[in-house]
Write a protein that binds this ligand. Structure first.
Ligand SMILES: Nc1nc2c(ncn2[C@@H]2O[C@H](COP(=O)(O)OP(=O)(O)OP(=O)(O)O)[C@@H](O)[C@H]2O)c(=O)[nH]1
Ligand SMILES: [Zn+2]
Length: 195
């Protein structure tokens, strides 16, 4: 089942993670018996399951559920897709925007499926580079378009709240397949997304 609903948290996982969060919160110097914190281990366990639900979802199934034969063979761009993911080194958020383009080769995909597969890969422990490639490869291998391009611009909380503490740096990653390996096509895409 591709989309996990809030009531579908795994009870066993919630219980296990809840107990571990309780220990972590106490180790960090807090009192898990005080009013505001009594339910926090359970809330955190559910939040983390939500934020990592991508491990249990199938992006190929999502794309294949809405592919349609069409002769349109110009560039299709969905830009400014909101991104929220977790850096695998610190388990802190990184967030920003994803821009996706593809040139169909006989079939198009339902537009909403592109942000949906972004979420499937983003809701895992990630690095921005791998996230970029996974989105790219999934579209390329499933839809088999003439070309596909992905650009991600993101800010990493692990570089903002801690570590180097740089508030304004933005990391850009990109990947291009097929027609987008040609400089003119790539430039047209970059121009259309305002880069
Ligand atoms: N390439 C890449 N690096 C990331 C990403 N998210 C976080 N990092 C980096 O992962 C690195 C982990 O480096 P370590 O030296 O092991 O960890 P650390 O001591 O906490 O490093 P600092 O963040 O520099 O304090 C850091 O440089 C992070 O900035 C990502 O998506 N891609
Ligand atoms: Zn990090």
């Amino acid at each position: 089942m591709p989309y996990k609903k809030l009531e579908e948290y795994n009870i066993q996982v919630t219980d296990d993670v809840k107990e571990r969060y309780k220990n972590i919160i106490e180790d960090l110097g807090e009192n898990t018996e005080r009013d505001g914190l009594v339910k926090t281990p359970e809330r955190a366990a559910k939040a983390m399951q939500f934020l990592t639900q991508g491990y249990h979802q199938d992006p190929v199934e999502i794309l294949e559920s809405a592919m349609f034969k069409e002769s349109y063979n110009e560039m299709v761009i969905v830009k400014d897709i909101e991104l929220y993911s977790l850096c695998e080194h610190h388990i802190l958020p990184f967030f920003g925007k994803v821009h996706i383009a593809y040139i169909p080769d006989g079939q198009i995909v339902g537009l909403s499926k592109l942000p949906r597969i972004v979420d499937v890969f983003a809701r895992r422990l990630q690095v921005q580079e791998r996230l970029t490639e996974q989105i790219l490869d999934c579209i390329n291998d499933t839809l088999k378009p003439q070309g596909v391009a992905v650009v991600i611009e993101a800010s990493h909380m692990c570089m903002m709240m801690r570590g180097v503490q740089k508030q304004n740096s933005i990391t850009t990653t990109s990947g291009f397949r097929g027609q987008f390996e040609k400089i003119e096509t790539r430039n047209e895409f970059l121009k259309l997304i305002g880069k």
